[in-house]
Design a protein around this ligand. Structure first.
Ligand code: NAD
Length: 307
């Protein structure tokens, strides 16, 4: 029995998040053609039901909707304004959803320019990390025209479960930046609690479990706490990407005259982590800043030194 195709997607950016999201769209019954600047990222999609494309135009020209999941503002500018990009080669469906986390102001300018070329752009950044991307349970915050959002909704439902239209163009990015502000400060709070507990010879494994049952519980404590204690720095959401987000948060704050002292302090901790070569590691590596401040090893380091 042939599977009925629900619509066509041109997907740009097959990194930690994008490869899972593109795969889920194919599983949900959409015809997905995907492109990445790194050929091995495209090759890695073999067997997922996603069709590889060797140029942006090949992925996007005939698509009902184009979706991008790229690192930062310059890469999104590139797929819109660059060679074979959406401005010079508008997709057939006239709908573009950028799910990367980028600057709200840049989003508004891109959306206005794309509209002149007949393309509606939505900003739809996500929260939920690689696990949310894998399980199609992402939280998606969408800015842009309500009618375009309704057209995009069935596609977004292939990648996430909590999907909200939060305002005009750029509003999705602003809500995402507020999300990141809370995540960063929360992670910093956990680092401080773990550093203090460890210095006082408290069993951090037990402490985390106790805290999870009380009012200090949080997504960060649940998802990253164990890896922090174990000294497992494997990447999921990288330190470099969070620093990019905090830079965007502080830029918005400056532009809108909002003092964010705690965010500024947390950004300094992330800079310290980057300066010590942690940029490509996961966010839990923020705790390693405290290894240096307090001179205490992580649990895993301690085990290794005993071996
Ligand atoms: P990533 O660096 O793993 O993936 C980005 C991909 O885009 C890479 O494969 C890269 O080769 C590709 N790329 C770069 N420039 C390109 C271009 N011009 N054309 C086509 N492809 C291009 O990043 P990620 O972790 O997947 O994150 C993507 C976005 O999602 C970022 O904005 C990030 O802040 C956001 N985000 C990430 C997470 C997470 O946990 N990783 C969670 C929520 C949001």
């Amino acid at each position: 029995m042939s599977v009925q195709v629900k619509g066509s997607v041109g997907f740009l950016g097959l990194g930690v998040m994008g490869r899972e999201m593109a795969r889920n769209l194919a599983v949900a019954g959409f015809a997905v053609k995907a492109y990445d600047v790194v050929p091995t990222a495209i090759e890695a999609m073999a067997g997922t039901g996603v069709t590889p494309a060797v140029t942006i135009a090949e992925a996007t020209t005939d698509a009902d909707i184009v979706i991008s999941m790229l690192p930062d503002t310059p890469q999104v500018e590139d797929v819109v304004r660059g060679k074979g990009g959406l401005l010079s080669n508008p997709p057939r469906g006239g709908l573009y959803v950028d799910m990367s986390t980028i600057a709200p102001e840049a989003t508004r300018i891109l959306a206005a320019d794309l509209l002149k070329a007949g393309v509606r752009m939505l900003d739809a950044p996500v929260s939920g990390g690689p696990v949310g991307a894998r399980d199609a349970t992402l939280t998606i915050m969408v800015g842009g025209e309500a009618a375009a959002f309704e057209r995009a909704r069935p596609f977004l439902q292939g990648m996430g479960t909590t999907i909200n239209h939060v305002g005009a163009s750029g509003a999705g990015q602003t809500v995402k930046l507020c999300n990141q502000l809370i995540c960063g400060i929360n992670l910093q709070a956990i680092c401080e609690a773990f550093a203090l507990g460890r210095a006082c010879d408290i069993d951090l494994v037990q402490m985390r479990e106790v805290l999870m049952g009380g009012s200090a519980s949080s997504w960060m404590l649940e998802k990253l706490g164990e890896a922090m204690i174990e000294g497992d720095t494997s990447a999921g959401f990288r330190i470099d990407l969070m620093m990019k987000d905090l830079r965007l948060v502080l830029g918005e704050a400056q532009q809108n005259l909002v003092p964010l002292p705690a965010t500024g302090l947390v950004a300094s901790q992330y800079i310290a982590a980057q300066a010590h070569g942690e940029g490509a590691n996961g966010n839990q590596a923020l705790f390693r800043v405290y290894d240096r401040l307090t001179g205490r090893p992580t649990r895993r380091d301690a085990t290794a030194s005993l071996a």
